[in-house]
Design a protein around this ligand. Structure first.
Ligand code: ZN
Length: 231
C-alpha cells in the first residue's frame, strides 16, 4: 500500500482544550467527518479543571481522546495563563498583546497535532482559533494558520488540511453555531473558558467570561427575535 492510500480523508483530529470554541469545533467535526479524534494538551495551565473538562466533553461526545504533554511551553516562555504569580491583563495593552498570550502555543500545538494525525493516517486537523478574538493573538490569525499548514505539509510530506471553522466568527456567531449543531446546552454548561477556572458561566468578570457572556446574551436575544441565522 502506498502512503497516499493509507490516509483517511474522512477523519479529523480536533484540538480540544475544554473551552467553548474547541468544544463547538469538536461537534462541528462530528457532523462532517466519519472519524473524529480529540487531542488535549497539558501545557502547564494554572487550572487543572481545563483538562478535566476536556476529558468529560470527549466522553460525552463519544470520541476517542488523546492527551499530549506540552508542559515545556510553560518553562520556556512567560504567560499569565501558566504562571499564577503574574496578574492577568484585563485589556489589551497599547501596541502589544495581553499577558494571557502564551508565546508559540498554537505553533507547538499544531506541530504536535500533525505528528499525532500522521501516525494515525488522519489528514484533517481542526482548531478553534479565531481572528475576531478580542486579544488578536498573532497565532490565531488566518495568515499564521495558512503558513503553518504549508510548513507542516513540507515538514512531513503529508497532505494536512487545517480547518478553522471559527476563524471569521465572533462569539455570538459561535454560540449560534453551537445551537445549530444542537449542543448549546452542553457547550454552555460543560466548557471552561473562564480565566479563573470556573466551568460553565464562569466567574463572570474576567475578560474571557465577559466576552463569552456578551456573545451568549446577544445570541439569545437575536434568536428569540428570530434574527440570527448561520449556515
Ligand atoms: Zn471568568
Amino acid at each position: 500500500m502506498t502512503m497516499q492510500e493509507k490516509i483517511n480523508r474522512d477523519a479529523a483530529l480536533v484540538l480540544l482544550s475544554g473551552g467553548q470554541d474547541s468544544t463547538t469545533c469538536l461537534y462541528w467535526a462530528k457532523e462532517r467527518f466519519a472519524e473524529v479524534t480529540a487531542l488535549t494538551f497539558d501545557y502547564g495551565q494554572t487550572h487543572r479543571a481545563e483538562t478535566e473538562a476536556a476529558e468529560k466533553i470527549a466522553a460525552l461526545a463519544g470520541v476517542e481522546q488523546h492527551c499530549a504533554d506540552a508542559s515545556f511551553i510553560a518553562t520556556i516562555g512567560r504567560s499569565a495563563l501558566t504562571d499564577h504569580n503574574i496578574p492577568m491583563d484585563e485589556t489589551r495593552p497599547e501596541g502589544g498583546y495581553p499577558n494571557t498570550f502564551v508565546p508559540g502555543r498554537n505553533m507547538f500545538f499544531l506541530g504536535i497535532a500533525a505528528v499525532v494525525a500522521r501516525e494515525r493516517g488522519i489528514n484533517h486537523i481542526v482548531t478553534g482559533v479565531s481572528q475576531t478574538d478580542f486579544s488578536g493573538y498573532p497565532d490565531c490569525r488566518d495568515t499564521f494558520i495558512k503558513a503553518m499548514n504549508v510548513t507542516l505539509n513540507e515538514a512531513m510530506d503529508y497532505p494536512f488540511v487545517i480547518d478553522t471553522p471559527l476563524m471569521w466568527l465572533d462569539k455570538e456567531q459561535t454560540w449560534a453555531l453551537a445551537d445549530r449543531l444542537g449542543v448549546l446546552d452542553i457547550v454552555r454548561s460543560e466548557t471552561l473558558t473562564c480565566y479563573n477556572g470556573i466551568k460553565g458561566d464562569g466567574c463572570g468578570h474576567c475578560p474571557a467570561c465577559r466576552l463569552r457572556r456578551a456573545g451568549l446574551e446577544a445570541y439569545l436575544r437575536h434568536r428569540d427575535n428570530n434574527q440570527t441565522s448561520i449556515s
